[in-house]
Design a binder for this molecule. Structure first.
Ligand SMILES: *[C@@H]1O[C@H](CO)[C@@H](O)[C@H](O)[C@H]1NC(C)=O
Ligand SMILES: *[C@@H]1O[C@H](CO)[C@@H](O)[C@H](O)[C@H]1NC(C)=O
Ligand SMILES: *[C@@H]1O[C@H](CO)[C@@H](O)[C@H](O)[C@H]1NC(C)=O
Ligand SMILES: *[C@@H]1O[C@H](CO)[C@@H](O)[C@H](O)[C@H]1NC(C)=O
Ligand SMILES: *[C@@H]1O[C@H](CO)[C@@H](O)[C@H](O)[C@H]1NC(C)=O
Ligand SMILES: *[C@@H]1O[C@H](CO)[C@@H](O)[C@H](O)[C@H]1NC(C)=O
Length: 745
């Protein structure tokens, strides 16, 4: 199976390479078709590749202008500029203008995709009955004083946008040959001045695409468009003009929304086929390959439950350890013991290991940059893998799967169990706060599966070393989570606590993806983690029930119900696995750490009446503040067993007496025959006969039946107050512990 998967990934990689180079080849030719696309791009950014992907899908004939040139056109979008584009077009038109029939479509490339093909655009262009058609938008830029010179428009967008225009080659040449300005002068202003001049407008037979038939600029129009899913293709509908624009342009500050649309358009994802581009450009990590070197940053930025389990899961990831450089930042004194142990056991396992503790007083940002820098400054570092301690990875292939997907920045989707809270944001409100994208829930719930371009991510991600050294060489790539007061309610429903964590926000032009193509793991909750006990994870039954179960419930517990793993050593005494080794050990440690054993006296202030007829040397769960958690355990874990063995009896799962008994020869070694004040009793062995103690066991008098070899983690369940008179047999050496509850007293 593994073989097969690698093989097909390889083929797909080859296929997409061939496809790509073919289309590049064709673009070099002098155009023979009627519609030629000219696009400016000085670098092969992620946006450029996306543009080309959409162009290739429709088999556009594209010629790229300016590739490899230095960009001198200024920072378009924030200020004026873009003159370089006009200069490049002017140069290109010199050899094209004499082609009588040729129609040229000139477009930006980094923030633009096609939603319709050449025939459609050609037809729409002809329907305008003009020689030159520019994109339109509702916002005037850069010179608002020109507004009154614009012809008025009854219905439609009034102002010119130069991010896209189409026209006969001769006419385009006529307009661009007028250009004699500098590369950093403004292209849109230049075209605008031509357009608002009535003589020029007529001479050039020039108009604007007022109703977004061809060009959809998103600036100021985000509310006008919606995705329209077809059987194979996805496009947008402009709901104001009821048009289906062929070209989508994410201009000015609409990049996040544009990236969302481009996760679907033109055929990236649809309901019939799902993700159509996910297998393209994969990296092949099959056998015989030299695995890339990965620097791992592990961040413990707040007290975090189940940290030892997190570290175990990390160690079990399927990746060669000699290819891993590990960096740990721990900001919590509480976790020093866990990290110390991890360090001692694994310091020689990895290629390198560095740990920074709370004594360094690093802020979260400093720590994260320190880890990133380790990869950034090490030319042999191929990938940087950042993971926070609240991510429980259940997929051992995670690192490999992310590398194979071959993106500059990619994270696996992880969500809080049963919640909508995840490690990414799909959208941002206009003022920069959390907002939910239309597809957020479908992605989180796995109803839409793919690799998604998203604006913010936290907790876990993989970044290419090269990307860190180039596009991300400036270090400030983190933002603190901000909560809009009005959004708090919604966010809280998705998460019980707005913890502080830092989100990754890449610089403009670098795409960041989250993949939900596989199950990777989950986020645990670090809220309400009280570290004042000895083994604090025992208290996590409410906050992180799934992790609690995995850690503390016996691995064969579920087999009680599936395989009947349940014994009846004496009449109506049922015996079954319930607590894990860790649960038993941690409970005993907790109680020994508490230390106030009762001494087995008859006088007992802890109970009603203050007198115990059959006293044991014990500690009540209530004394360590564990009674709520223990009762929840009884209801969740014990009740189903009760229903199975005493069918028709529905326990209330209520108990007042919940305690751990300690038997040891020099204090209390046995318990004389008695009935329990319960409907039924559970009695769980917390340690091992032979290993931890000698003797012990339980004898039921009515049946002359003894169980002399209790098993650690297994519980007895027997009726309490009538038939099952019993005694605790003497412990002859060592110490024996049992956890007992009198249920439904
Ligand atoms: C533009 O050219 C077409 C013919 O191609 C003509 O019918 C139309 O009147 C012209 N429009 C203007 C405004 O000159
Ligand atoms: C960290 O902070 C503590 C308490 O504020 C201080 O005593 C200690 O010297 C600081 N350590 C460093 C390395 O700055
Ligand atoms: C943590 O647990 C201790 C002991 O049970 C309790 O006294 C304390 O109030 C708890 N702290 C919080 C913040 O819940
Ligand atoms: C669970 O049951 C299987 C089969 O009976 C046994 O081999 C295994 O040791 C059990 N696991 C534990 C933790 O006791
Ligand atoms: C109880 O069982 C033991 C053996 O298991 C037997 O020796 C003894 O006689 C029995 N006692 C009674 C009262 O049946
Ligand atoms: C009791 O246990 C201790 C330690 O486990 C051992 O050294 C000793 O021999 C045991 N005594 C008996 C009588 O089994």
């Amino acid at each position: 199976m593994e073989h097969h998967r690698c093989f097909s990934a390889l083929i797909l990689t080859l296929m997409s390479c061939v496809h790509y180079s073919l289309s590049m080849e064709r673009n070099k030719d002098i155009p023979t078709e009627k519609l030629l696309v000219l696009a400016v791009a000085t670098q092969e950014t992620d946006g450029f590749h996306r543009f080309m992907q959409s162009a290739n899908y429709f088999k556009f004939n594209v010629k790229v202008l300016g590739m490899g040139e230095e960009w001198k056109g200024g920072d378009v979008g924030r200020s004026i500029g873009g003159g370089q584009k006009v200069r490049l077009l002017k140069e290109a038109m010199e050899s094209l203008a004499d082609q009588e029939d040729l129609v040229v479509l000139f477009v930006d490339s980094y923030d633009l995709i096609f939603a319709g093909g050449p025939e459609e655009i050609f037809r729409k262009f002809q329907q305008t009955n003009h020689k030159l058609v520019f994109a339109a938008e509702g916002i005037i830029w850069p010179d608002s004083r020109l507004a009154e010179k614009y012809p008025s428009v009854r219905n439609g967008k009034r102002f010119l946008n130069s991010g896209g225009f189409i026209g006969y080659a001769r006419y385009i040449q006529k307009i661009v040959k007028q250009w004699d300005l500098h590369d950093n002068d403004d292209d849109q202003l230049f075209y605008t001045k031509v357009y608002v001049d009535p003589l020029q407008r007529e001479k050039l037979n020039m108009t604007l695409d007022h109703k977004c038939e061809i060009f959809q600029n998103l600036n100021g129009a985000v509310d006008e468009v919606i995705l329209k899913f077809g059987t194979e293709r996805v496009r947008v509908r402009n709901t104001v003009y009821n048009s289906l624009p062929s070209i989508i342009h994410g201009n000015v500050n609409t990049k996040i929304y544009f990236n969302y649309l481009a996760n679907y358009i033109p055929n990236v994802w649809n309901y019939e086929q799902g993700c159509t581009i996910c297998d393209q450009d994969m990296v092949d990590l099959c056998e015989n390959i030299k695995f890339p070197q990965v620097t791992v940053g592990i961040y413990i930025e707040q007290p975090t439950p189940f940290l030892p389990e997190f570290l175990e899961r990390f160690l079990s990831l399927d990746y060669p350890n000699d290819k891993l450089n590990v960096f740990v930042h721990n900001s919590e004194v509480y976790h020093e013991k866990h990290i110390q142990k991890f360090w001692e056991e694994n310091k020689d396992v990895f290629r390198s290991f560095k740990a920074v503790g709370p004594e360094e007083n690093l802020t979260q940002g400093e720590a994260r940059n320190m880890g990133m820098d380790l990869c950034r400054k090490d030319l042999s570092c191929d990938y940087y893998f950042s993971i926070d301690a609240d991510v429980m990875l259940t997929n051992r292939q995670t690192i490999k799967l992310l590398i194979e997907q071959n993106r500059k920045i990619i994270g696996p989707l992880v969500t809080r169990h049963g919640k909508l809270w995840s490690n990414f944001w799909g959208a941002l409100s206009l003022d920069g706060y959390y907002a939910r994208s239309e597809d957020y829930i479908d992605i989180v719930q796995g109803k839409r599966v793919g690799v998604w371009n998203i604006p913010f991510m936290a907790h876990i991600y993989l970044i290419k070393g090269q990307t860190l050294r180039n596009e991300l060489k400036n270090r400030n790539v983190f933002v603190l989570e901000r909560l809009d007061p009005d959004m708090t309610v919604q966010r809280e429903r998705e998460s019980p606590s707005p913890e502080s964590f830092q989100m990754l926000r890449p610089p403009q032009g670098v795409f960041m993806y989250v993949t939900n193509r596989h199950e990777f793991g989950r986020l645990i909750s670090t809220a309400n983690y009280n570290t004042s006990h000895y083994n604090n994870d025992l208290w996590q039954i409410f906050e992180n029930p799934l992790d609690w179960r995995e850690k503390y419930i016996h691995p064969n517990y579920t087999r009680i119900f599936t395989d009947n793993v349940l014994e009846q050593p004496c009449p109506d005494v049922f015996w079954f696995p319930v607590l894990s080794e860790k649960a038993c050990d941690e409970l005993v440690e907790e109680l020994e750490n508490y230390g106030s054993w009762s001494g087995g006296r008859h006088e007992d202030k802890r109970i009603n009446g203050g007198y115990e007829t059959v006293p044991t040397d014990d500690i009540h769960m209530k004394q360590i503040d564990f009674d709520k958690e223990w009762l929840h355990f009884i209801r969740e874990i014990i009740s189903p067993v009760t229903l199975k063995v005493f069918s028709g009896y529905y326990t209330k799962g209520y108990a007042i007496m919940n305690f751990v008994v300690k038997y040891t020869p020099n204090r209390q070694a046995y318990l004389r025959p008695h009935h329990d004040s319960s409907t039924f009793t559970i009695n769980i062995a917390l340690n091992n006969k032979g290993l931890d103690f000698q003797g012990g066991g339980c004898r039921f008098h009515r049946y002359n039946c003894s169980i002399e070899s209790p098993r650690k983690g297994w519980s007895f369940m027997h009726p309490g107050r009538l038939t099952h008179l019993h005694e605790g047999l003497p412990t002859t050496n060592g110490t024996r512990y049992i956890a007992v509850s009198f249920i439904d007293p």
